[in-house]
Design a protein around this ligand. Structure first.
Ligand code: AMP
Length: 392
């Protein structure tokens, strides 16, 4: 990768604008999950430790562009600023008029500054050069560290890198890209991808791209139902996509895709539904397939155990309902036990990994959902492409 890395620069006394992804779930002013904030802490500490004057920027949710955050305060980064103070053990000033007046960290009296939600700025989503020039004018060095938003070309992730005096990749972004590069560009083989989740349509390009790269592809969840239908099985009332049955059939010709032998069914999509294990040839018209069964788990355990590289995105069942969580739990544990290199990404996958307490056993967990998938399908992430263009 041709981009400059933050560690290569002398940041002493420089004003450094760091784009992080601090888009955390907030309910009634309280942060529900602070994983993304914690992931950003080492980068912020590294910049502060190198003598930089640090300004952080991020988005939070989807505020209305052009409307002041004071009029849509549920999108304010105030709870994030407060939480950063606790995690960094320093004072953090939240500034919201940074586009209109010159910004000086010293006049805030705080150790670092965080800019109010960038998504409320006119031109953020359209990647406006004019807005990006304003961001760039706030700093000597722009650091792109938000892997989770690197697949979006927006003023604070992309255009700003064109205009900042110096633009580089932050430690978190670089770590994510290094891990993905290691697993995808030059993987140790055999290589396995596990793609689960709800729909084939939302992961079609990923499936097509992976089918050409991996030695085995395990499909799970609602996605597996379309493959079962393509193999001639009745899937009853299960979530599946009839339009994509022929695509699924083609993918099965391209690479080895083991299908479930048995599944866990219900008559309704509900947490309290009665769970029944059935062979895939026994599915009735009013059955819903909500998980894989014990025989399927045993087969997949064997496959996962033999792999040297594993990429995982998406649960293999409705793991949010305890009666249908066993398949995803078994996959999580098997990936955790594998001695090769494993990488997992995507919101639901990370939740499942957390729930089944295998976080420390997976080699690398990516913080990005959409960015993770786009990278896996071979797209160059716009925020990385512009850093590469600026070069080292
Ligand atoms: P995705 O965002 O595509 O990764 O989908 C994740 C969601 O897929 C989870 O919330 C699961 O509950 C859901 N899911 C997994 N398996 C099934 C299934 N067999 N039927 C319906 N939904 C499923």
């Amino acid at each position: 990768m041709a981009f400059l890395r933050m560690e290569q620069l002398d940041l002493d006394q420089k004003t450094v604008l760091i784009r992080e992804d601090l888009n955390v779930p907030v309910k009634n002013g309280k942060i529900v999950n602070d994983t993304r904030i914690r992931a950003a802490i080492p980068s912020l500490k590294a910049a502060m430790g190198a003598g930089a004057k640090v300004i952080v920027m991020s988005h939070l949710g989807r505020p209305e562009e052009g409307l002041a955050i004071s009029h849509q305060s549920e999108f304010s980064l105030a709870p994030v600023a407060k939480h950063l103070e606790a995690l960094l053990n320093c004072s953090v000033a939240l500034v919201d008029d940074y586009l209109d007046s010159p910004l000086s960290i010293s006049t805030t009296g705080a150790d670092i500054v965080i800019l109010e939600n960038v998504r409320a700025n006119v031109g953020e989503k359209s990647n406006s050069d004019e807005l990006a020039k304003r961001y760039a004018s706030l700093c000597d060095v722009f650091v792109m560290d938000a892997f989770g938003t690197a697949h979006r070309a927006q003023a604070s992730t992309h255009a700003v890198a064109k205009f900042a005096a110096t633009a580089c990749a932050g430690p978190l972004l670089a770590k994510e890209l290094d891990a993905l590069e290691k697993s995808l560009r030059n993987p140790e083989r055999p290589m396995l991808a596990i793609v689960g989740g709800a729909k084939v349509s939302s992961k079609l390009e990923v499936l097509q791209s992976l089918a050409g790269k991996v030695d085995q592809l395990i499909v799970g969840g609602g996605i597996a139902n379309t493959f079962l239908a393509a193999s001639g099985f009745n899937v009853g009332k299960s979530l599946y996509e009839p339009d994509l049955v022929s695509v699924a059939a083609k993918l099965m010709e391209q690479t080895t895709i083991p299908l479930p032998i048995d599944v866990v069914c219900a008559r309704e999509f509900s947490e309290t539904a009665q769970a029944t294990i059935k062979n895939v040839s026994e599915i009735a018209d009013d059955d819903l397939i909500l998980d894989i069964g014990p025989q399927s788990i045993a087969v997949l355990n064997g496959i996962i155990g033999n792999m040297k590289t594993i990429i995982w995105n998406g649960p293999v069942g409705v793991f949010e309902f305890p009666a249908f969580a066993a398949g995803t739990k078994a996959i999580a544990e098997a990936v955790g036990k594998n001695k090769g290199f494993s990488i997992a990404g995507g919101g639901e996958t990370i939740t499942a990994i957390d729930q089944f307490e295998v976080t420390d056993a997976i080699s690398y967990i990516s913080t990005g959902g959409g960015a993770f998938l786009e990278y896996v399908q071979g797209d160059e992430l716009p925020a990385v492409q512009i850093l590469n263009e600026r070069g080292s």
